[in-house]
Every structure is written in C-alpha cells, then in structure tokens.
Design a protein around this ligand. Structure first.
Ligand code: PMP
Length: 278
C-alpha cells in the first residue's frame, strides 16, 4: 500500500466532545494501526495562546505513518487542525501558571479489515483537556525504577514511533513500579540490557560536570521534541551535549539526571533504583 500524505484527508469539522462510532473490524481495534501526538497550549499574561512547535509533531506523525503503513495529514493540515481545535476550546486553557491545555491528535485505521493488512480508511481526530503537572511530585524530583525484565522496544520494532501499542506494552511494568511507590520506569535496551532507552513517556538526560548526555535515537526511542529543544538550549548555554549510548553505570555515576517531554516538561530525577547485575 502506498502511504500517501495529505491529499486523501477531507476537510474536518469541529464537533462537541463525545463517543465516536467505530466498526468492530477496524484496523485500529484489531491490529493496533494508530498513532498519536501530544502537544500543549499555554495562555500568556497578555492573553495570547502559545503552541510549542506544532509542525514538529506533524512531521513526527508523518514519519510514524510511514512505519505503520498509514496515510497521514500533511504538516499544514495537522497544524491548521490543531490551531482550530485550540481556538474553539480557548475557554478551557488554564490561566498562566495554572497548567495548560493538552492536545491529543489521533490517527487510526478506522476502515474494516479482517485479514492482516493495512486498513482501507483512516480517521484523524483531535481532542483536548486542561492538565496540570504530570507527576504527583509536581516539578519536585521523581523516583525512577530501572526495569530489568520487560522492554519497551526492540531494534527494528516500532519503539521509535508514537504508536498506541508501545504504551500498552509499558502498562504492566509501570503499574508494578507505581504500586511500589516509584514515579515511573526507566527502560533498558533489549539486546545488551545495559544501555538506557527512555522512561514510559519521556526522554532521559544525565549531567556530569559540564557534559550532558542522552541516548541517541536509533529507532527504539521516541525522538522527543522537548529533547531536541533541550539539546539546543544546553549547547547555547555552553554545555557539551552528547547523543550517544548511555550505560546504567554512567547513570548511577551522574551528578544530575532529568527527564523531558511535553507532559512531564523538564522533571528532575531525585533517585534511581537499579536492582540488576552490574
Ligand atoms: N518518549 C516517550 C515514550 C513519549 O511518550 C514522549 C512523549 N511524547 C516522549 C519521549 C517525549 O516526547 P516529546 O518531548 O515530543 O513530548
């Protein structure tokens, strides 16, 4: 199937939030053919609305669609749809300093398909919700558990794209860690089991002196938009930044550790628990 960009999507409409109808044989329900994005809109003191680099999310959705064999809206269609949805929901954007409006674009195979194949039709929708801090710690340091048994992604798999199944795959480890009081789980590579990958919903950075390192993007971690921005800001601030394999040993020896993501923003890590062999 040719995975086309843009032209096959008809003009959308704004409708009140509610349930949608879906065919039981839809590609998304049977074969997990779906991608999502996450962005935030903020209200400024002077009443403006800020969106952070929405075209990057549109581009990431197109790249993910290629991997998932789906057509995707063009970057322009994506950004226009995000802006229209935010403007229609302006009243839900929290006041400055009180949170943000989380924006969730979702692209899915909505056409019916019984034998394993790409769906014949796709639906792109966006919903929004006001949100506060992602972690219960707020912006205070979080506690991470390094997961040594379960993996989030494997080389050649779909770990590097924002597809729904990646998130189903982390629920068990994340739930077990939370039940023990950890804020979230840090995943390791599935081959050597000693290199850091990422946390369930954010990228990870370690700081040692004037050097900042973050795992390089090799198809198993999500290319975070916040990650990219932090790399640029850190370099501007005079830090040496490396995108390279980062070992558990380097993590445990770091001066500082932090996570980045749209939902978690920049969250400091206060403690790391590693129960594996060194
Ligand atoms: N990794 C994963 C698995 C994520 O779900 C997210 C959130 N989208 C991130 C990293 C951070 O990406 P971004 O900075 O684009 O939000």
């Amino acid at each position: 199937m040719k995975c086309s960009i843009g032209e096959s999507f008809s003009k959308g409409e704004l409708v009140p939030f509610g349930n949608i109808e879906i065919n039981p044989a839809a590609g998304v329900l049977n074969y997990g053919q779906a991608l999502f994005e996450g962005l935030k809109a903020y209200k400024t003191e002077d009443g403006n609305i800020l969106l952070f680099r929405p075209e990057e999310n549109g581009t990431r959705m197109i790249n993910g669609a290629e991997r998932m064999c789906m057509p995707a809206p063009s970057v322009d269609q994506f950004v226009q749809a995000v802006k229209a949805t935010v403007l229609a929901n302006e009243r839900w954007i929290p006041p400055p300093g009180k949170g943000s409006l989380y924006i969730r674009p979702l692209l899915m195979g909505s056409g019916s398909v019984l034998g394993l194949a790409p769906a014949p039709e796709y639906t792109f929708l966006i919903y929004v919700s006001p949100v506060g801090n992602y972690f219960k710690e707020g912006l205070s340091p979080i506690n991470l558990l390094v997961e040594t048994e379960m993996h989030r992604a494997t080389p050649g798999g779909t770990g590097g794209v924002k597809t729904i199944g990646n998130y189903a795959a982390v629920l068990k480890a994340q739930g077990a860690a939370k039940a023990k009081g950890y804020s979230d789980v840090l995943y390791l590579d599935s081959v050597e089991k000693k290199y850091l990958e990422e946390v369930s919903s954010c990228n990870i950075f370690i700081v040692k002196g004037n050097t900042i390192s973050t795992p390089d993007i090799k198809g198993t971690i999500l290319p975070g938009i916040t990650r990219k921005s932090i790399i640029d800001v850190a370099r501007d601030q005079g830090f040496q930044v490396f995108e390279k394999p980062v070992t558990v040993d380097a993590l445990l020896d770091a001066d500082e550790v932090f996570c980045t993501g749209t939902a978690v923003v920049v969250s400091p890590v206060g403690s790391i628990t590693y129960l594996g062999k060194r």
